[in-house]
Design a protein around this ligand. Structure first.
Ligand code: UN1
Length: 499
């Protein structure tokens, strides 16, 4: 408890205005309650959106490079508070310290990216078919951006969205997971510090934080003043968000389930593959949307990979994620543990051979598990589901085309990878008829993406793209302008309309 109070003080967080008895932040490390908070209801949400909307009307008048300056200052706050914020992520979400800090680093990276972007919100100039005409497009702020984030990346995912949204001239309302309210409050307070340093042209209400349950999220999603909703979480949640947004024709950016595979080909560098498999399958205790869940190993390297993997798995340090030597922290809660056990039982009923997967003994009331390897006879029905836990299904293959078919056969389409040193296989995997995922990697695992690339995936993953590349366009509205500088009014398509 002392630890949490010290951290909150260091981060400049005053919990008093949030205190209540409706939302409980429970540390997955030992099951202790870190804080109890009140929940926003629909009326609170509406008031926050009113404030965010008013803020957007002012903020859009500020030149984009100046808006970038606010994000730069926020990045500075994150650099200063990286250690404390990363530790708070560990306390509240249970990921190991390295990954807690990594998450804050990802926030810093997107801030840097967004600062540069604030001078590069380019539109095209387009050749007109009409004489004395010019066409161009401009990108304008869209309004209030609603962000829904999940427990597993409680701070980085908001930053991917918010850093871009702010430089694009928008305000942001944020509904974090009810499992991780403290990290959200801490990020909000760091952002408000940056706002205070920026000066009076940053309007109050630029960032609004909604602490609440799903009813608060629904109130945000259904509010007509929120033209863009970016949601990260389960496919079930995303489908619900998409349907509600569709009825009011709002735009969505969806980052939903992943069921990511790796193909290990005959020419693979075995040592590198083992490192990549282990990090991407057990990192964040298997609770990343990019976690490696399905492994297709070529028959010729199966015996070089699978027994070694078992040995590695048996020696992985499981325990308190605050301890430096730990590599696998707890699952988020009891429900996650029970989902994992159900999935393993189903796998057995499909002739899967399970290695590991049982509860690990660690002091306190946390749900720690031995990560599981499950050797499957083929790709069975249970492998089509994403279970948010460290279960890695392994299937032997002989033909690359078959492995690529398996890669693409599941409903989700987030991330994928191949280990091969054969250029033909690598290109085949990445070509039009190769992996159908938003991310297709060669000789690295499916997780751990950098912010420079567009992040997201197809099918049940939702189709959204966030963070790098041209993802910023989703946070703006495009206007096409045709300017006539001639003295006549020719019509497009040569239409004659004389009167
Ligand atoms: C998520 O799991 O929700 O690529 C995001 C990665 C991280 C982001 C994961 N950069 O694993």
């Amino acid at each position: 408890m002392n630890n949490i109070n010290n951290l909150l003080t260091e981060l400049g967080v005053d919990l008093a205005p949030y205190s209540g008895n409706q939302i409980h932040s429970v540390s997955p490390i030992d099951g202790q309650t870190l804080a109890s908070l009140k929940a926003d209801n629909a009326a609170h949400v509406a008031a926050k959106i009113t404030s965010a909307h008013a803020a957007h009307l002012q903020w859009r008048e500020i030149p984009a490079p100046r808006r970038g300056e606010l994000v730069r200052l926020f990045g500075e706050e994150l650099r200063t508070h990286k250690a404390a914020l990363g530790q708070l992520v560990t306390l509240e979400a249970g990921k190991i310290l390295q990954e807690g800090w990594g998450e804050v680093q990802e926030m810093i990276d997107i801030c840097d990216f967004a600062v540069g972007l604030s001078r590069q919100l380019y539109g095209l100039t387009i050749a007109s078919e009409r004489p004395g005409h010019r066409m161009m497009e401009q990108w304008h702020p869209v309004g209030v951006v609603g962000v829904i984030s999940a427990f597993n990346f409680p701070v980085a995912v908001w930053a991917w969205n918010a850093a871009l949204a702010f430089v694009c001239g928008n305000s942001v309302t944020w509904k974090p997971s009810e499992k991780t309210p403290l990290t959200a409050i801490a990020v909000h307070s760091l952002f408000m510090k940056a706002v205070a340093r920026f000066g009076s042209d940053a309007p109050a209400g630029l960032a609004e934080l909604i602490i609440g349950n799903s009813d608060a999220g629904i109130a945000m999603v259904e509010d007509r003043r929120v033209p863009v909703v970016s949601a990260t979480g389960s496919t079930r949640m995303g489908r619900d968000v998409a349907q509600r947004c569709a009825t009011r024709l709002a735009r969505t950016i969806l980052e939903l389930g992943g069921n990511n595979a790796m193909i290990v080909a005959p020419s693979a560098d075995v040592e590198m593959a083992l490192r990549a498999i282990t990090f991407s399958a057990v990192g964040t205790a298997g609770q990343r949307c990019t976690t490696l869940r399905r492994l297709f190993v070529h028959d010729s390297v199966y015996d070089a990979i699978v027994p070694r993997l078992k040995k590695i798995y048996a020696g992985l340090p499981i325990g308190n994620p605050l301890e430096k030597t730990t590599l696998i922290g707890p699952l988020i809660d009891a429900q996650a543990f029970s989902n994992m056990q159900t999935a393993l039982t189903t796998a057995k009923s499909e002739n899967g051979v399970v290695f590991g997967g049982e509860r690990a003994k660690v002091a306190g009331d946390g749900y720690y598990v031995h990560p599981a390897l499950v050797e499957m006879p083929t790709q069975t029905p249970s492998m089509f589901h994403e279970t948010f836990a460290p279960i890695l299904y392994i299937v032997r293959y002989t033909d690359l085309a078959q492995a690529i078919t398996w890669n693409n056969e599941v409903p989700q389409g987030l991330s994928s990878s191949i280990f091969t040193t054969d250029v033909r296989e690598a290109e085949k995997f990445m070509c039009d008829s190769g992996s159908d995922c938003g991310i297709a990697n060669v000789n690295i695992g499916p997780s751990g993406a950098e912010i420079g690339g567009a992040f997201g995936g197809e099918k049940d993953t939702g189709g959204g793209r966030e963070s790098g590349s041209d993802a910023w366009k989703a946070y703006m509205r495009r206007s096409t302008n045709t300017i006539n500088y001639s003295h006549s009014l020719p019509l497009a398509q040569g239409i004659s309309f004389d009167f």
